[in-house]
Design a protein around this ligand. Structure first.
Ligand SMILES: [Zn+2]
Length: 287
């Protein structure tokens, strides 16, 4: 099994919303905001290559939304989902599976494209797309607070394509994605309903795709929970138990949104669990 980092570009989000109850005086030292109080975040995806499968985890924001919408998020950077796949020697038709950690637009927007005549079609015609039933039900009947993150154009065409599959969650905390792969899905319920965090073992190393449970290194301290989260105290508990397990197991954390740091291990400090070694994925596992 090989893992590849797939950068899909950067966007900006309000620093206050990203750090919840943490005062700006503190978070601005970790993530300096621009004049509009916006901080820069990556949309970093992970590609899992096996002898017969090519599995993409999340897709970034995509390019089909109106320019006005995309401008609102200040997209920038030289990488796109498709340029990054090409740089690794793949094209969109090679993908066999796309795991969507959750259906917020910055995670699944690239899953669906708009054709010249305006039709919404899967960006990966040979891939099975994966979500789970509790999350699907939550995303397709969104509450008013979270509705702006669940865009029907990203979500409904997945079902009509016939390519959508549902991981059997059975209310458990971790489910096997595929018995033959060392890939399981950890379930988290604080950010949104039933978010899936892929956990992959390569050799002796366990890598966890953090999605929006811990979006960046700056979010490692326990109270640093995003204002966007639906159930922040659930996130707090999920972070605490995850960080203790990950420290004990010397896991590598893969950050989807950290603009500078793709991966880290953990270390116990007098302030709590913080980053140990930081670097790119290839610093932790062989390419
Ligand atoms: Zn999210």
């Amino acid at each position: 099994m090989k893992l590849h980092t797939i950068e899909t570009g950067f966007f900006k989000l309000d620093g206050g919303a990203m750090f919840g109850v943490v005062p700006k005086q503190i978070w601005q030292k970790l993530c300096p905001p621009d004049a509009l109080n916006l901080c820069t975040w990556a949309m970093r995806c992970l590609l899992v290559e096996t002898s017969n499968r090519l599995i993409l985890i999340d897709t970034g924001i995509g390019s089909k939304q109106p320019d006005k919408f995309l401008a609102h998020y200040h997209l920038h950077g030289s990488h796109t989902l498709h340029s990054s796949l090409a740089n690794k020697g793949f094209n969109r038709h090679d993908l066999t599976d796309v795991i969507l950690t959750h259906l917020h637009f910055d995670h699944c927007g690239g899953a669906i494209d708009r054709t010249a005549d305006g039709t919404l079609v899967p960006a990966f015609k040979n891939a099975r797309y994966w979500t789970n039933t509790p999350h699907w039900d939550w995303a397709t009947q969104p509450n008013d607070r979270e509705k702006a993150s669940f865009l029907p154009d990203n979500i409904l065409p997945l079902l009509s394509s016939g390519q959508l599959n549902f991981v059997p969650t059975n209310g458990t905390q971790t489910v096997a994605f595929d018995g033959e792969l060392n890939l399981s899905l950890r379930m988290a319920f604080g950010h949104t309903q039933a978010m899936m965090l892929p956990q992959i073992t390569v050799g002796e190393t366990t890598i966890v795709f953090m999605a929006d449970l811990i979006p960046s290194v700056a979010h490692l301290p326990l109270p640093y929970v995003m204002g966007y989260d639906m159930f922040p105290c659930t996130t707090l508990q999920e972070k605490k138990s995850f960080l203790e397990e990950a420290l004990a197991g010397n896991y590598v954390l893969f950050f989807e949104h950290d603009a500078h740091t793709a991966c880290c291990t953990l270390a116990q400090t007098e302030k709590g669990i913080r980053a140990g070694n930081t670097g790119s994925l290839t610093d932790f596992i062989a390419a």
